[in-house]
Write a protein that binds this ligand. Structure first.
Ligand code: GCB
Length: 607
């Protein structure tokens, strides 16, 4: 389709310039608390493997017959009789619950990878002087959005939100929203076609129609700095954005005012009030923060804490921290997950980490998880590692791909920078070392620091084996605050479990290290004497040996073993033990605890 340009490839200028154009046009920070209509519910759909809905434009096929996004009452046309006919009708299409991935919705779509059209009709009553926006929390992987037959925008990237203004396209009465969702990945997508998790195509997170005044608060952020000050900024958008008085209230402990500049922006910088309670995993205090201007209010729940690295220590509010963590995929408990992360589903997963394992930390792998999950982490007191899916292989030499990564990172940071729980931005997972890959990650690390100087930068690195010595040989470490490695000795490779006891680590002594992954498969209920892989005993013993090894690393400041729960992965097709599931969970897919769960819980009790 010649008219589609996902990414405008410009010359790669200096980083600050990227950082600026990477800011999405609209953010609608705090969207969950805004005046909105939730478009969740039953949508109709039409699958489109040959992409006729997109490609039959001005083509040989009559223009009208297959374009699913047309604003047309197909049944009414048919009732009239005559020459016109159509080869779709979203009004009479099958139903699917949105949000949710199509893979779990019907067996026919279990392994479907391609384009599907979704439609939702909704009533609206646009008011003069107000603006309307559609906010999608996530569409995996590409979205083509049409309102009442008009294209209103596109988005690439399966895990980050996007906001499209629809003030002009919205009409009084019934509106027809059509979204083409293309799940196909390729060598230039992020991630590429090669991962170890399920595809989960679809509108996987909520969609909302949000109404704002003509001039509104598009973004507001605040953070506690190690210098004891609270600083942040507010940005207005609209005709009256300049010279507006903005009021900020942090619960009942602080309130200040300031006036926006010509661009509608204002910076706040105030001493932290004496009474301000620090957010910690043990006491996750959140304040009701209120940003207001004439005609608009933005409400947030914000926790205040500092995070720093000093030598090999990670300091939370100035105190040394040990991360008792767990890795997590975005996939709810149950035999047929749909990546429908309701608050209840997310709470059930995080509860097992926080209370089942006595953890204080979660690695949200390998992509930004739902806003619900990150907000719950704030509320429940779990520190968060956040990453975008720059995973295994990426087209490192392609500037358009780098730009995609930076844009995805920007969308994630703008979305989550008010979350106290998020302490680490990771710039990659297990990417083989090469000069172009290191440059790529280096640009990502610089971008993170530019966008968010208040958090730490890390990456899950590959471990280098030199006899019995495990080492990190990676020039990227110069760009990282916290080193992290994935290690699988005793599972992948030739080592027996007993050999783990002989392994030693050679890592920089001046920086904190975390084990971002280690793990072994076990099928819940499969028991044996412990020598066989896939038994619960083997996995439990693997954990004992690996934890003993971890205790021998002087700079180790935490871990996020792989993984809380068995998760769907098309890579894993052993017909007895796997059947499409990666079995490295400490819990089965339905939440049954394996032996190793108790091993890790007991270990965390001692930490
Ligand atoms: C890894 C990957 C993770 C895989 C895991 C495994 O190193 O980071 O995505 O699922 O190993 O199970 O092999």
């Amino acid at each position: 389709l010649a008219t589609v340009f996902w990414i405008v490839v410009g010359a790669l200028a200096s980083l600050p310039t990227w950082a600026q154009d990477l800011r999405p046009a609209f953010l609608l920070t705090g969207a969950h608390a805004r005046d909105s209509q939730d478009l969740s519910g039953q949508w109709t759909y039409s699958k489109d493997l040959y992409r006729t809905g997109l490609t039959d434009i001005n083509g040989w096929v009559a223009k009208s017959r297959m374009q699913r996004y047309r604003d047309i009452d197909v049944a009414a046309v048919e009732a009239k009789g005559g020459a016109d006919f159509f080869e779709f009708d979203l009004d009479r299409g099958p139903l699917m619950a949105i949000p949710g991935a199509w893979n779990a919705a019907t067996p026919e779509l279990r392994y479907y990878d391609g384009l599907v059209w979704f439609q939702r009709k909704f009533a609206a009553s646009p008011q003069p002087g107000k603006r309307a926006f559609l906010r999608f929390e996530a569409v995996n992987y590409r979205a083509y959005v049409y309102l009442n037959g008009k294209e209103i925008g596109r988005h690439e990237g399966g895990f980050t939100p996007f906001v499209l203004e629809v003030t002009q396209a919205l009409r009084a009465g019934e509106n027809r929203l059509v979204v083409g969702v293309d799940s196909t990945h390729d060598a230039q997508s992020i991630p590429t076609t090669i991962t170890d998790w399920d595809l989960y195509g679809g509108i996987t997170r909520p969609v909302r129609l949000i109404t704002t005044p003509a001039t509104f608060i598009d973004d507001a952020t605040l953070a506690l700095r190690p210098n004891g000050r609270i600083s942040g900024e507010v940005r207005l958008q609209g005709p009256d954005a300049a010279n507006q008085q903005v009021s900020l209230a942090i619960g009942t402990v602080a309130s200040v005012r300031a006036v926006t500049d010509a661009s509608g922006r204002v910076v706040f910088d105030l001493p932290a009030p004496k009474a301000l309670a620090r957010w910690t995993p043990e006491q996750p205090t959140l304040y009701d923060v209120r940003f207001s201007v004439a005609g608009d209010v933005l409400r947030e729940r914000i926790g205040f804490r500092t995070i720093e690295v000093k030598g090999s220590q990670i300091l939370l509010n100035g105190k040394p921290l040990y991360l008792r963590g767990m890795s997590l995929h975005e996939e709810e408990f149950g035999p047929n997950p749909a990546r429908n992360i309701t608050e209840q589903a997310s709470r059930a997963l995080l509860h097992e980490i926080k209370h089942g394992l006595k953890g204080n930390y979660v690695r949200l792998s390998h992509y930004p998880h739902s806003e619900t999950t990150v907000r719950l982490a704030d509320e429940m007191g779990l520190l968060v590692w956040s990453e975008i899916p720059v995973y295994w292989t990426v087209d490192w030499d392609n500037p358009a791909v780098l730009r995609k990564a930076l844009a995805m990172q920007a969308e994630t940071i703008y979305r989550d920078r008010n979350r106290a729980s998020v302490i680490l931005w990771s710039v990659g997972n297990e990417t083989p070392v090469s000069p172009s890959r290191t440059r790529f990650h280096g640009a990502m690390a610089d971008n993170v620091r530019q966008l968010d100087p208040t958090r730490l930068v890390s990456a899950a690195l590959l471990v280098e084996r030199q006899g019995d010595v495990l080492a990190i040989q990676d020039p990227l470490i110069d760009k990282l605050d916290v080193l992290a490695v994935n290690t699988y000795a005793g599972w992948y490779g030739a080592d027996t479990l007993d050999a783990i006891a002989n392994l030693t680590w050679k890592v920089p002594s001046d920086r904190p290290l975390i084990l971002s992954e280690f793990g072994a498969d076990a099928l819940a209920g499969y028991r044996n004497d412990g020598n066989r892989k896939f038994t619960e005993e083997y996995q439990a013993e693997y954990y004992r040996k690996t934890l003993a090894m971890a205790d021998r690393i002087p700079t180790l400041r935490g871990m996020s073993p792989w993984i809380l729960k068995d998760f769907r992965s098309p890579r894993r097709e052993h017909p007895v033990f796997q059947n499409g599931w990666n079995r490295k969970g400490l819990l089965s897919e339905t939440g049954v605890r394996k032996q190793a769960f108790g091993v890790l819980r007991d270990y965390y009790h001692t930490k």
